[in-house]
Design a binder for this molecule. Structure first.
Ligand SMILES: Nc1ncnc2c1ncn2[C@@H]1O[C@H](COP(=O)(O)OP(=O)(O)OP(=O)(O)O)[C@@H](O)[C@H]1O
Ligand SMILES: [Mg+2]
Length: 559
């Protein structure tokens, strides 16, 4: 590209392969890309949302309703489109649920902004208006949020259940919601901190979703090391040793210099004695079960079996940590300083068959701080999608316990915000007022889409919703099953406050960032090599650098 200097001499500042799009062309290219991303997940929103089947280049198939999963699998490479994908990723990290909502709002904000740009409202003005509106929206939501305490198990179950609505877990959501709440409550530390990583998920193909269960303890993907060890130990003291029950070979290599058979025997005896001593150390502290991070020598296995100790070798260090949290034990690095107090306890430790695999179950633990959810389903795809729904659900329960605030669902908060923001717009002067109004309009996309996806008339639904909110019913939302407007709080459709505040915040930030770009300078080919046939000139047609989106558009059409 060239820039004309005063003397009329062109100055080349960009390399031959670079592409540059400026001004309104850049804006409209980016807006189109962002909107296309949102459009691609819109049909999955809500209880009646559809699923997507994503096939990767090697033929792997994912069937999902989860916004963030769809966008990650889609392999989008347009930079502005990726900013919208990031919105869903932030949402996933911060709350775990609401990834579709966040992206759909971002897309609608871009759509509204596009109209304002056409009316010559400056992007900076739109950005300011959007930010003010988002700020106000957060206030309104916070003011109207419902308090939930940690011992309100019933509400927590409703929250867990709402997050699963419309997903693979739906058919058994009553059972699963209870399991999720119990799991999160179990792994909550005394100081209130929660790491849902401590809820392990074990997927089993076979059996029905209804047979899913929660194990208060850990399931380790190992078998006992020796067949002469017990299958099952009850009331087990569990030792966790991150080391090897072996005499290190190097030591022998260094010392043995055999000149006659007696000498060899002596060294072997010596080795055996050391192994026996190690096992004795475990026996002395009263271990019934031992998980060893490294190997266990055959001779040590023999002694352990003779003592009736169930031993597992090569346990991963993450498994050892999990076991420590599950049993209340401590992982020791050396057997020399193991003490009775280092041992954990489990009501039962045993090898069991699960979905055709043998695993070690460490269960019946009182106050286990690490638990395992066994999810069952008919096929691999079913259990994979079940896992994603459960993860959303774990996220919302955790968020609710952290924040203690929830909102009614079914489009209730968005309808309320839309009304209140229109009022608020009057108090905002200048052209920003238009942006605030546009923001209010954009939020309607959620109830509208919920209605559309449920096969309802979106206009009728919006009119009903607005009338009820005008009448002061904050919790009035759309029942996607009957099409009626009902009190969502009474219905038990509730979501954490943060699902909505985070969605609005990230969507606004991403939209604003995209709007403020008026110049796209790409080193190399923005279109990812797909413009090979029309690559005859330096000039790129407006909106042409969107090979990534081209592929996606095709995909959107196919679905
Ligand atoms: N029973 C219900 N009736 C009406 N609306 C519901 C009901 N259950 C959930 N919803 C609404 O559905 C929307 C959530 O839909 P969905 O779970 O498909 O998308 P998401 O949470 O935004 O994204 P994802 O779950 O993919 O991360 C929310 O607006 C929620 O209030
Ligand atoms: Mg959801």
């Amino acid at each position: 590209m060239s820039q004309r200097m005063q003397q009329g001499q062109p100055m080349i500042i960009l390399g031959d392969d670079s592409q540059r799009t400026q001004g309104k062309d850049a804006q409209s290219m980016n807006i189109t890309a962002g909107k296309a991303v949102a459009e691609s997940v819109r049909t999955t929103l809500g209880p009646k949302g559809m699923d997507k089947m994503l096939v990767d280049s090697s033929g792997g198939v994912v069937v999902t309703n989860d916004g963030v999963t769809i966008l990650k699998e889609m392999d989008i490479d347009h930079p502005a489109a990726n900013m919208i994908v990031e919105v869903s990723e932030t949402q996933e990290d911060e709350v775990g649920d609401g990834t579709t909502t966040a992206v759909v709002i971002a897309g609608e904000l871009l759509d509204q902004a596009e109209e304002l740009i056409e009316q010559d409202v400056h992007a900076t003005t739109i950005a300011q208006g959007f930010r003010q509106a988002a700020e106000k929206a957060k206030e309104v939501l916070e003011d109207n949020a419902i308090d939930v305490s940690a011992d309100d198990r019933e509400t927590l179950i409703k929250i867990a259940s709402t997050a699963m609505t419309g997903k693979g877990a739906e058919s058994a959501k009553d059972l699963l919601a209870e399991l999720v709440v119990d799991a999160v409550l179990a792994v909550t530390d005394d100081d209130g901190s929660i790491d849902t990583e401590n809820v392990s998920i074990e997927k089993v193909v076979g059996g029905s979703i209804d047979n899913s269960e929660l194990v208060e303890g850990a399931i380790i993907d190992k078998e006992r090391v020796d067949e002469n060890m017990p299958y099952m130990v009850e009331d087990a003291n569990v030792a966790l040793f991150d080391g090897a029950l072996e005499v290190r070979e190097t030591e022998i290599d260094a010392e043995v210099n055999v000149t006659d058979p007696d000498q060899l025997q002596q060294f072997l005896d010596q080795e055996e004695k050391q192994l026996k001593e190690m096992v004795d150390q475990l026996v002395d502290v009263g271990a019934d079960v031992v998980f060893v991070g490294d190997g266990i020598d055959d001779m040590a296995q023999h002694y352990l079996a003779k003592e009736g100790i169930l031993a597992v070798r090569r346990a991963k260090s993450s498994d050892l940590k999990r076991l420590a949290r599950a049993t209340g034990g401590r992982v020791v690095g050396s057997l020399d300083d193991i003490e009775e107090s280092d041992l954990g306890f489990a009501g039962s430790v045993g090898q069991k068959d699960i979905g055709g695999d043998e695993r070690i179950f460490v269960e019946d633990v009182e106050d286990a701080k690490s638990v395992t959810l066994i999810l069952r389903g008919g096929t691999d795809h079913v259990v994979d999608e079940l896992e994603r729904a459960i993860e959303d659900s774990l996220g919302v329960v955790k968020t609710t316990l952290n924040d203690g605030k929830v909102l009614p669902g079914g489009g209730a908060p968005e309808t309320e915000l839309s009304l209140q923001l229109r009022e608020f717009a009057d108090s905002v002067g200048g052209r920003e007022q238009l942006a605030v109004e546009a923001f209010a309009e954009a939020l309607d996309v959620i109830p509208r889409t919920l209605a559309e996806n449920a096969g309802l008339d979106p206009i009728d639904s919006l009119v009903d919703l607005r009338a009820r909110h005008d009448g002061g019913e904050f919790a009035a939302g759309l029942d996607a099953y009957t099409g009626e407007v009902i009190d969502m709080e009474n219905e038990g459709v509730v979501e954490p406050l943060r699902v909505k505040t985070q969605a609005i915040e990230s969507a606004t930030e991403a939209a604003v960032m995209i709007l403020r770009i008026d110049d796209v300078i790409a080193a190399g080919d923005l279109s990812g090599g797909q413009t090979g046939d029309d690559d005859d000139g330096d000039e790129m047609p407006p909106g042409g650098g969107m090979g990534g989106m081209g592929g996606m558009g095709g995909m959107g059409g196919a679905m």
